[in-house]
Design a protein around this ligand. Structure first.
Ligand SMILES: Cc1cc2nc3c(=O)[nH]c(=O)nc-3n(C[C@H](O)[C@H](O)[C@H](O)COP(=O)(O)OP(=O)(O)OC[C@H]3O[C@@H](n4cnc5c(N)ncnc54)[C@H](O)[C@@H]3O)c2cc1C
Length: 386
């Protein structure tokens, strides 16, 4: 295979590095423009795993991820996982319909969820702080959880990759991709020319990096606003993950008693509602968005009114037209893409496996029909899907 150059040291890039470095005869170099790995979207993530999907591919990818994370944790890494429930709550009749549609769309390979009336919520869930009276109905998903720290997660992959011989270059941006006779030759980092196949795992910068190779991808970004709250009084437990379906505001407890809150505008078609954005151009969280996020949290959990906002941030999550990731060969030989429709913590392990099997074994993999860029009209990949 020769050399592979990976652009991006978020969860996706390090998983690709880990999987490739386990194969003989491959020289792997990962370039991360930031000074640390996982400092962008991955570092701001809620880091959650769930066992749901709208098709078999999604559930299978999540299962692959869980198995690998189990393996890492059994191997005495620093990773810590906290199980939790995930609850979607609706406070209107329209929200009740959204919840019914969400449950109806779940693939049967996922864990069973339960729809409950607001008045039944405390029969299935121990969170006394929830104001049951505000809630029309809820979707209760028992089988969730999250990792405590993005650093330990990213290093679980990166350290193993480095031990197997991969070079991990932080503080090093890819500034151009060199193409000769229609084929990628390599990339330029810090003015230096590197030769090899390029794997683009640049998160919200994927469009910009793909453009360096002359490749257009059907990926857009949605802005997410994040707040971290210090509750006025200690809560009775670490809060589960709660999503208010009408507003899209989602929150969950942190083991230190604080509450992470994030928000992306809910949309029937998230891709249509998103845009190609420059992630470097990031206005902060506006006062009006902050107020509406806090209002939504307080509707469900009045004890959080008066909570202090101790941190605020903005992130960008990627969106694809059909809600599945775009993984693998592109129309440009030598240029592979790993772009998401969010859920990167859950999908990154399987993405590393798919990219490795395509590049090393020339195996499209069983996921191909649902993840190849060639599934979209007007896009193709170098191995034939149109
Ligand atoms: C608030 C929030 C909650 C979330 N919750 C969940 C969840 O519960 N479960 C889940 O599965 N997913 C969740 N996600 C989504 C998940 O975090 C992302 O899908 C995932 O982190 C994306 O990883 P990535 O590696 O693609 O991107 P990133 O982590 O952004 O990594 C891309 C990296 O590429 C680097 N880069 C870009 N351009 C260049 C260049 N030219 N040269 C070198 N390096 C470059 C960047 O610096 C960056 O570090 C959440 C996201 C957010 C924001």
């Amino acid at each position: 295979m020769g050399s592979v150059l990976i652009v991006g040291g978020g969860i996706v890039g390090v998983s690709v590095a880990y999987h490739l470095s386990r194969r003989d005869g491959v020289s792997v170099t990962l370039f991360e423009k930031g000074d640390t790995l996982g400092g962008e979207t991955t570092g701001k993530s809620s880091l959650g795993l769930r066992q749901y999907g709208t098709d078999e591919t999604q559930v299978r990818m999540k299962r692959y991820g869980k198995r690998l994370y189990n393996e890492f944790m059994a191997d005495s890494s620093d990773m810590r996982y906290e199980p939790t429930e995930v609850i979607h709550v609706a406070t209107t009749e329209a929200g009740r319909e959204t919840i019914k549609r969400t449950q109806a769309g779940e693939h049967p390979m996922g864990s069973p969820s339960e729809c409950v009336e607001g008045s039944e919520l405390r029969d299935v869930l121990v969170v006394p702080e929830i104001r049951e009276e505000s809630i029309e109905s809820a979707l209760y998903r028992p089988n969730g959880g999250y990792f405590r720290s993005p650093e330990s997660l990213v290093h679980a992959f990166a350290d193993r990759a480095a031990a197997a011989g991969a070079t991990i270059a932080t503080g090093t941006a890819i500034t151009d991709i060199t193409v000769r006779d229609g084929q990628v030759e390599g990339a330029i980092a810090d003015g230096e020319r590197h030769t090899g196949t390029v794997v683009c795992a640049a998160g919200p910068w994927n469009n910009a990096v793909a453009a360096m190779a002359g490749v257009e991808i059907p990926v857009r970004q949605q802005r997410l606003h994040l707040l971290e709250l210090e509750p006025p009084e200690p809560l009775t437990r670490t809060l589960p993950k709660i999503r208010h379906v009408e507003t899209g505001v989602t929150f969950r407890g942190r083991p230190n008693g604080r509450v992470l809150v994030y928000h992306a505008e809910p949309a029937e078609d998230p891709y249509a509602a998103a845009d190609v954005v420059d992630p470097n151009d990031t206005p902060g969280v506006s006062e009006s968005i902050k107020c509406s996020m806090l209002e939504s949290v307080e509707t469900v959990m009045p004890v959080l009114s008066g909570a202090e906002v101790v941190h605020e941030d903005v992130a960008h999550t990627s969106r694809t037209p059909d809600g599945n990731p775009i993984i693998g060969w592109t129309e440009r030989p030598g240029f592979t893409i790993a772009a998401l429709h969010s859920r990167g913590i859950q999908y990154a392990p399987a993405i590393g496996d798919i990219v490795t099997r395509q590049l090393i074994d020339d195996d499209p993999t069983g996921y191909y029909a649902d993840v190849s860029i060639g599934r979209f009209d007007g896009y193709a990949d170098s191995h034939g899907a149109r």
